[in-house]
Design a protein around this ligand. Structure first.
Ligand SMILES: Cc1ncc(COP(=O)(O)O)c(C=O)c1O
Length: 358
């Protein structure tokens, strides 16, 4: 099967040297070698995110953190901000966990803003707030630092959970500045690793809250996860050791590049894509000023067949994404995340230009 460069919003391409890490011999997850590997990973994640907060790496994709939210954070009632498919998934998951949850619904393509959240929280007796920082279905980036700071000022007891699945490791995510209680992400997007691991950055207050919430489940019990780490510096259940090797190696690369430089590289790719679109009469889908730096969603206002474009791009070794759900054929998405560079994005854009005769 010929390889297509994955310029979809995840999973993204993984460098061969990173993939190779997974071929290291297996080690037992209860031995000193694993403890050294895993504590090293946690240490590197704390450095990368410039935080001393509790961090765990789970062998599960990012969605597990939606179940963790429902089962560990929500005592009585949550407010989930919904402005696309993944933030809606959070709302539905909290409901599936048997918890009471309201949705602050905003049109797809629009951002969540501090004043909307503050207005909605008034008198609502919410104990948990969920927001998606980077809505992959629409390419909208919500100002989570401002939202979390504003909410924490007025409602310090509300636990805030932020989904950064398609942005952490690319966009600048600062857990201490944000002061959210759980910030989670997956490895297959801006970390440019294979799918299968998720990372959660968790405040002490979130752990205190979890202790007060019964029915946390087994695999999803935050207290069990962090108690085990405190006691043994390992995971409570068998982790995907091969992916941990790859994560450890990739974190060395990420620390060498620095979070700031990774952000600047992602921003440069996003700005290049937006400028290219505007120069060719293609409209940008997200609300102005709230565009993602990791995935650009463009309107199909030239009325092209996006499926045909992807087929033609496939013959040239590229793959992009159609619009998500109801936005299929109305929009299309270019994922510029992970280890891609502006030169590679330019090459993709020139190919689209050529295929469409722009
Ligand atoms: C913003 C966002 N949240 C959550 C998810 C779900 O993550 P996972 O597929 O790792 O479970 C995705 C996946 O695309 C996403 O983009």
């Amino acid at each position: 099967m010929a390889h297509k460069r994955l310029l979809i919003p995840g999973p993204t391409d993984v460098l061969p040297e990173v993939l190779l890490q997974q071929t290291k011999p297996m080690i037992g997850h209860r031995g000193d070698d694993y403890t050294k590997l895993y504590t090293g990973i946690i240490d590197k994640l704390q450095k990368y995110f410039n935080t001393k907060r509790n961090i765990t790496v789970l062998t599960a994709s990012g969605t597990i953190w939606m179940d963790i939210t429902g089962r560990n954070m929500v005592k009585k009632k949550a407010l989930a901000c919904v402005n696309g498919a993944f933030s809606e998934r959070m709302y539905l998951t909290i409901k599936d966990c048997g918890k009471d949850v309201d949705a602050l619904v905003v049109d797809w393509g629009k951002a969540i803003k501090p004043e909307m959240v503050l207005e909605r929280l008034k008198g609502g007796n919410y104990d948990t707030l969920a927001i998606c920082q980077n809505e992959t279905s629409t390419g909208v980036r919500s100002p989570v630092n401002e939202i979390c700071q504003a909410v924490k000022k007025e409602y310090p007891d509300i636990m805030i959970v932020v989904d950064t699945v398609s942005s952490a490791g690319g966009d600048l995510i600062e857990p201490d500045v944000m002061n959210a209680d759980i910030v989670f992400t997956s490895t297959q997007k801006c970390f440019a690793l294979p799918p299968g691991l998720s990372i959660g950055i968790v405040s002490d207050a979130a752990l205190e809250r979890a202790k007060q919430v019964p029915g946390r489940g087994h695999y999803t019990d935050l207290i069990a996860i962090f108690d085990y780490y405190a006691k043994k510096q390992q995971n409570p259940t068998t982790p995907n050791v091969s992916l941990m090797y790859a994560l450890d190696y990739q974190l060395n690369r990420m620390l060498a590049e620095t979070a700031q430089k990774r952000y600047e590289r992602h921003l440069a790719m996003a700005e290049m894509t937006r400028k290219w679109a505007t120069d060719h009469g293609i409209e940008i889908f997200p609300e102005k000023g709230y565009e993602s730096v990791t995935v650009t969603t463009l309107k199909n206002n030239l009325n092209k067949n996006i499926g045909d474009l992807n087929k033609a791009l496939g013959k040239r070794g590229f793959q992009i994404s159609n619009g998500y759900g109801a936005l299929k054929d109305k929009t299309f998405r270019i994922g510029h995340m992970g280890d891609w560079t502006p030169d590679e994005i330019r090459s993709l854009l020139l190919n689209i230009e050529d295929i469409w005769g722009l």
